[in-house]
Design a protein around this ligand. Structure first.
Ligand SMILES: [Mg+2]
Length: 279
């Protein structure tokens, strides 16, 4: 049995486990319940997406010449994050779906190559797997990751007496700072108090794909960025964040301190190779 250098992995969901972001999928599921209004509904959604992207880019651009910290940079997105979620709720973009529909959508989510194998094996070998996501539907994530997790920390839609979503979201995790707060909370919690090596400390890996994951990545014992998200790469450059790219053959080195370095991987397979230390 491999001897892993971690006790717990906390992973983002959208574009870390899944290939694509699932926000649009959620809204399209709601649109399918709109009957004759569907086209109008989707046109309004497209407008909302454009509204968000324009403002998001503006927040990014405003930081080109500033010398502030990464925390200040990430904080500057919070107002937009809050306002856009309010808009999604007041405009009813998520209204009228059932849990069963969301679970079915989840089961059809295309996942990144190797993620099922890696997470199943880690769990089988005693590493706890927790999903920490700013997605709007825990049920969708559950549908996509059945058997792969010990716990999910995310948001959820609220439902009426008939079991249809009201359009409101019960919010817990929205911003990068929310993710950091939840991450710190979860890493304090040992997965299995009898099995912790390393003097009772839970050694935790965090993996995500975007700037909303950066604070948790930088706080983790092993912080991993998967993929080549454009804004994530620009942010690394802008703030000169320390990185190390893991290649196929790169192995974990127990004599090294990795906290504060962003480990860049292109796939779950590369991460799996890195973590597997033969007994
Ligand atoms: Mg993501």
């Amino acid at each position: 049995m491999p001897n892993y250098p971690i006790d717990k992995i906390i992973t983002d969901f959208d574009e870390t486990i899944s290939e694509r972001d699932n926000i649009s999928t959620l809204v399209h599921t709601a649109a399918d319940n709109r009957g004759g209004e569907k086209e109008e509904f989707l046109a309004a959604w497209q407008e909302m997406v454009q509204w968000f992207l324009t403002r998001y880019q503006r927040v990014c651009d405003a930081w080109q010449d500033h010398q502030h910290s990464i925390v200040d940079f990430l904080k500057s997105f919070e107002q937009l994050e809050t306002v856009s979620i309010q808009r999604v709720m007041t405009k009813g973009f998520l209204e009228g779906v059932t849990r069963e529909e969301l679970r079915a959508v989840g089961r059809n989510v295309v996942k990144k190559p190797g993620v099922d194998e890696v997470l199943s094996r880690l769990r089988r070998d005693g590493v706890a797997v927790e999903i920490l996501s700013a997605n709007w539907s825990q049920t969708l994530i559950e549908g996509a990751t059945e058997g792969l997790y010990d716990q999910i920390i995310t948001n959820n839609l609220t439902y009426d007496a008939e079991g249809r979503s009201t359009g409101d979201i019960d919010l817990h995790v929205v911003s990068a700072r929310d993710k950091l707060r939840e991450f710190r909370e979860r890493k304090k919690n040992p997965p299995n108090p009898d099995k912790i090596g390393n003097g009772g400390v839970t050694r935790t890996l965090y993996i995500g794909d975007s700037i909303s994951d950066f604070l948790a990545i930088l706080d983790a014992d092993l912080g991993v960025l998967i993929g080549q998200n454009r804004i994530a790469m620009q942010t690394i450059e802008r703030f000169r964040l320390p990185t190390q790219r893991l290649q196929e053959g790169t192995r974990f080195d127990s004599s090294r301190h990795y906290q504060g370095t962003i480990l860049l991987v292109d796939s779950w397979k590369v991460l799996d190779n890195f973590l597997s230390i033969a007994e």
